[in-house]
Design a protein around this ligand. Structure first.
Ligand SMILES: NC(=O)c1ccc[n+]([C@@H]2O[C@H](COP(=O)([O-])OP(=O)(O)OC[C@H]3O[C@@H](n4cnc5c(N)ncnc54)[C@H](OP(=O)(O)O)[C@@H]3O)[C@@H](O)[C@H]2O)c1
Length: 343
């Protein structure tokens, strides 16, 4: 096996250009597998990590190889790995303190991976883990959506939205979503019952009495969610400010809990006034939940929407495109062109 690998790294936060450099292959721990990465997807969190926006929650050392999810083939297993073997085709979202999927090789704990769906290529499979798990956790762990519930999914055409709409429909919910007119047909095909073109209509003037809002946008859009939620409903955000409850459960020190308590005060006030609950969701890796997503994909119940696949060498352009906020579905990096198109 090679000793060096190509990896996309930054040397410091806010570095404008991502560097492609040679790095040593990662070493595996007892419960890790070593994966030859075929493809990895770009998620907005990769940009937020690069820019140091998540320093309050995550700490990294430099040089830092970026990348949160992947699909690839196992090359070696640690001494305590029982669930996987060399040659297995797997996918996963790595632990937040062990990122680095934008590289030819990756060490990842067996608990964070699953066998990839057999009806997806590696490039398609790499698009699933982070957005799939986040949506699954929002819809099943936090909302516990059931037949007849009304949910608004913000930004239905994004990486998260395209998965969340499908999972919410599978749970039997009525799904409203926001997007631009150009993406309206796509989100309807995914199952959305009511599509709001956010350029023309303000969702808070159209929707009332919703049981849940899945907020992916934060800021003013998050505040408006409290105008449409019913008392006893729940607003689950990915992009809003974490509140004290989250900070405590996440184990942050008291002073960070206090800072977040103050910063989230305007939302806490809206939460009280509306009689709804506000939840900041910070997704977690889970091989077990990935198995559930695999089942849905293999049975034809969950589709993967790709915006584009680009070579690793064009990672900077792919990041710049992601930063426009206009991607419809996922942006995937082709890391091993010999296998990324294979099933
Ligand atoms: N907390 C967590 O654990 C967690 C996990 C995953 C993601 N996130 C966060 O969730 C957010 C969404 O992630 P993503 O992967 O879905 O992003 P994405 O794929 O980059 O989202 C792009 C989509 O957003 C749509 N959009 C942009 N502004 C909009 C608006 N005002 N109203 C409706 N749609 C709008 C765009 O549609 P148009 O072209 O039509 O505008 C585009 O299709 C990101 O901020 C990400 O960091 C957080």
């Amino acid at each position: 096996m090679k000793k060096q690998m190509k990896a996309a790294v930054i040397q410091r936060y806010k570095q404008t250009k991502i560097e492609l450099v040679d790095r040593e292959l990662p070493k595996i721990k007892k419960t890790d597998v070593l994966v030859k990465v075929a493809a990895a997807s770009i998620n907005p969190i990769d940009r937020k990590i690069k820019d140091g926006d998540l320093k309050m929650l995550l700490h990294y050392q430099f040089p830092l190889t970026l990348g949160s999810d992947f699909a690839g083939v196992i090359q070696a297993v640690g001494s305590e790995v029982q669930r996987f073997q060399v040659g297995d085709k797997v996918y996963g979202r790595v632990n937040k303190d062990r990122i680095g999927t934008f590289a030819e090789y990756l060490a990842v704990d067996q608990a964070d991976i699953a066998i990839k769906p057999n009806n997806l290529t590696f490039s398609q499979a790499a698009a699933v883990p982070l957005v799939g798990l986040t949506s699954y956790q929002a819809i099943h762990d936090f909302m516990k959506l059931k037949r007849g519930d009304k949910v608004l999914i913000q930004a239905g055409s994004g990486g998260i939205g395209t998965v969340a709409i499908q999972l919410a429909k599978l749970a039997g919910a009525f799904v409203a979503t926001t997007t631009s007119e150009k993406n309206a047909d796509m989100v309807k095909k995914l199952g959305a019952d009511q599509v709001i073109d956010y350029h023309r209509q303000d969702f808070s003037e159209v929707l009332t009495d919703f049981d849940y809002v899945f907020d992916t946008l934060g800021k003013e859009q998050l505040k408006k969610a409290f105008q449409i939620i019913r008392p006893g409903g729940k607003v689950v955000t990915l992009s809003g400010i974490p509140n004290r409850k989250f900070a405590k459960e996440y184990g942050l020190p008291w002073w960070k809990q206090a800072v977040l308590d103050i910063a989230s005060y305007p939302i806490t006030r809206l939460e009280k006034e509306s009689g709804a609950t506000y939840v900041f969701l910070f997704m977690k890796p889970s091989g077990e939940q990935l198995v559930k997503l695999t089942d849905l994909i293999e049975s034809g119940n969950l589709q993967v929407i790709l915006d584009r696949i680009v070579p690793l060498e064009q990672i900077q352009q792919a990041f710049d495109y992601s930063a426009t906020g206009r991607a419809h579905g996922k942006i995937v990096l082709n890391i091993d062109p010999k296998v990324s198109d294979q099933f």
